[in-house]
Design a protein around this ligand. Sequence first.
Ligand SMILES: [Zn+2]
Length: 250
Amino acid sequence: MVLTSSSKKRVPRRRSRARQIFNEVARGTILGAILVNVLAEGGVWYNDKHLVQGGTPLSAGETQMVRDIFGDAVNTDIVRKHVGRPCPDLNGKKTAACVMHGSDRHIFFDAEYTHANDYASADRLPRNVFLHEMTHIWQYQNHLTLYEHYWKSCPTYDYDLSGDVEFDDFCVEQQASIIADYSNFVLRPAFWPPGRYKGASLQLQVMSSALIRVVEDKFPEARNTRKRLEAEDDSNELKSNEIYHFKPNV
Ligand SMILES: [Zn+2]
């Protein structure tokens, strides 16, 4: 008997109904997520470009503060500060400072103690708040809105650096706290030289060395800045020793 081509044909396997429903639901969920993300991105884009007007560009010192840690990962040219203006998406609720939801440029400094004309020469607290908010700008300039808001948002500012953790393991507020603390305790500490913690408590020494590892592994420019500040401090110490030991011939 000769087999005809039609008799060789395979009968397609019928997919089960459950499998079909699963595929349809999965497709719907993915399309829904993409649609929500597109709408969110569109809303943020509209707010950034049209709803929020004015604001002050960063000063040369503030731009340098940002570059000292983030390198060129932040476009500082588009950032605008709004000092003494409440955050638009908190419905009038007071806060210390905020970056508008998903915005890659607008920072609002609401509370009196966070006001400053130039954060590069401001007191320690407003300077730390400035770097906290600049971390949110870095997040929004470098990640997808949906991913940030729904997978990495968190209610806590506390973090634990013990173990083999990396910067990307932390949620948005924890990352902002880590960057502000790195500046506060490592780059420009109040009572000891940059990166050295002479006279600091053991707890602070452990914390600072963990901050150095976590931040500098993620942002190599921060390491360059710390080394530069340490070298400047060395040469200042040398100069002050020379002055101290100088004995005039009288
Ligand atoms: Zn924050």
